[in-house]
Design a protein around this ligand. Structure first.
Ligand code: FAD
Length: 495
């Protein structure tokens, strides 16, 4: 019987005991151990921020959370857990959206939040080396005075950690411009599942010395080891950034619009984000950014947020104004209207409309989140077909389903298809799966564009990966983690 959250099976591992907690206390500060066991027990409720995920969908039963301060401490914890066969869940900011960051049972939570130092920054090369527990926003603030930016940006930046970003290979809002973390991460320091420290914290741009092991940990979601340090290339800050929100009468215009925008803005285009009308209305309803005027949204089926980042303000503004003029005066206009931000506050407010959709959805209800890659031309079909399907099952606007929305990183072919309901139920879950995964597979898409597999999609991996790929993933897992202690039940199903 499948449960609504597909709780995967995990190997039989040992629970954390009082003796284990006493062992950790030999080398960890008392402030680094939070446990319902041992000499200083705390109530289980105090562990709830670690045991429950951001969506309130996945719930672990860990009795103990450790927050080491150094790589050596992480190594000692992992070595002990390996010997005792205790499952470990590496945890960053716990903002993951696929249930990967909380235990399935009572595994030990190894939270990186106390490893938050910048180790070095070279303002000439832009190479930053930081502890894995540094919060993305604090790294952004750290490099800003040196005229650099982080190569990634996402709505969870105030809580997510760089180690978590690397572990999930987070995409986000700048991927179109700066590429994925597989390109910008130069080196990693990782504690392997037996406690060995793998030091690959290189700051070299070029290093063709055989297998590039670090790539295996990028996107492994903590199943192959604990990332403790990250070296990455940060780009120089753009001298000028502008954005404009475009209201479109029909989704059919999105693709031709993207083509036109790419051609006309060329090197200064840095984001092309899509929000359908329902997603926009939810963002406004829940106070994410300032909405447009009524006459600006009248007749709009969807919206596109375009951002430019370049070297000279006048040049970029000229290009953006020319684009808008061309769009509005063409014989068959692709847009109804466009609102250009005029100052930094408006710039942030327009971004808040797009970035705030995730937050707005969580305020509106419980979200069934499908983060998929499909051809751009099918974005609307996928949303419409899902809506129709729920309707045919008698679930839409009845039995708790409130909205079916689509938004996402159009420029990267990544659609966030969200079904917002009153509650997580087996009936809705069964209506959505495998329906959506089969739809994605029929377009040769990916069941996870950027959020990962976690606990949510282990059973769906085969829709996007061949049998041979999965077999070799399992062999790799077995090689790195023969006892299956590292984030058990995530990414791969148990054999
Ligand atoms: P966690 O949630 O703590 O962990 C995520 C996974 O990584 C888990 O499997 C965990 O075991 C593993 N992990 C964490 N730290 C380590 C480590 N040091 N070593 C090994 N494994 C580790 N994601 C995107 O890709 N793009 C977006 O645009 C985006 N927007 C978001 C917006 C909001 C409002 C929210 C809540 C989430 C969003 N996410 C997005 C999802 C999430 O923020 C990212 O996946 C993020 O990278 C997770 O980082 P974290 O530190 O919170 O990791």
């Amino acid at each position: 019987v499948r449960r609504w959250n597909h709780t995967p099976a995990i190997p039989a591992l040992s629970p954390v005991t009082e003796q284990d907690v006493a062992h950790f206390a030999k080398f960890l500060a008392p402030t680094s151990i939070f446990s319902t066991l041992g000499p200083n027990p705390i109530p289980i409720s105090e562990l709830s921020p670690y045991n429950n995920d951001w969506m309130g969908k996945y719930h672990g039963k860990a009795t103990t959370v450790v927050k080491p301060k150094t790589t050596e401490e992480v190594s000692k914890i992992v070595k002990h857990c390996c010997e005792r066969r205790i499952g470990i869940v590496p945890q960053g900011g716990n903002t993951g959206l696929v249930g990967g960051s909380v235990p399935i049972g009572n595994e030990l939570i190894l939270n990186l939040g106390s490893m938050s130092k910048v180790r070095s920054f070279d303002p000439v090369s832009g190479i930053l080396v930081a502890d894995a527990g540094c919060i993305l926003q604090s790294l952004t603030d750290y490099v800003a005075p040196h005229n650099h930016i982080m190569p990634l940006d996402l709505g969870a930046k105030g809580s997510c950690q760089i180690g978590g970003n690397v572990a999930t290979n987070a995409g986000g809002l700048r991927l179109l411009r700066y590429g994925s973390l597989h390109g910008s991460v130069l080196g990693l320091e990782v504690v392997l599942p037996d406690g060995t420290i793998l030091d690959q914290l290189t700051t070299l741009r070029k290093d063709n010395t055989g297998y590039d092991l670090k790539q295996l940990f990028i996107g492994a979601e903590g199943t192959l080891g604990v990332i403790t340090g990250v070296s990455l290339l940060t780009p120089p800050s753009p001298q000028a950034s502008n954005n404009v929100i475009l209201a479109l009468p029909s989704f059919d215009n999105v693709l031709p619009l993207y083509k036109t925008v790419k051609q006309q803005l060329s090197e200064i285009l840095s984001a092309f984000e899509f929000i359908d009308r329902t997603a926009y209305d939810l963002a406004v309803k829940h106070g994410q950014g300032r909405g447009l005027h009524d006459d600006e949204i009248e007749g709009a089926e969807c919206f596109v947020l375009v951002e430019t980042s370049g070297g000279r303000r006048e040049h970029d503004e000229q290009k953006l104004n020319d684009l808008l003029e061309n769009l509005l005066t063409s014989d068959e206009p692709l847009i109804n209207t466009g609102v250009l931000s005029q100052n930094p506050a408006q710039f942030s407010s327009l971004w808040a409309l797009r970035e705030g959709v995730t937050e707005a959805v969580s305020k509106e209800g419980k979200a069934y989140k499908y983060d998929i890659s499909v051809p751009l031309s099918t974005f609307k079909d996928v949303v419409d077909l899902t809506r129709e399907h729920l309707k045919s099952k008698g679930l839409l606007h009845e039995k708790g389903v409130k909205h079916v929305i689509g938004y996402g990183h159009v420029g990267d072919g990544n659609l966030h298809l969200n079904v917002v309901a009153d509650a997580y139920t087996l009936e809705i879950q069964n209506a959505l799966e495998p329906f959506i995964y089969e739809l994605v597979a029929s377009h040769k898409g990916s069941v996870s564009a950027e959020h990962g597999i976690g606990a949510m999609k282990t059973h769906a991996l085969h829709y996007s990966k061949s049998g041979v790929s999965i077999e070799w993933m399992k062999k790799l897992k077995q090689l790195f983690d023969p006892h299956g202690i590292m984030n058990p039940g995530k990414v791969l199903e148990m054999p």
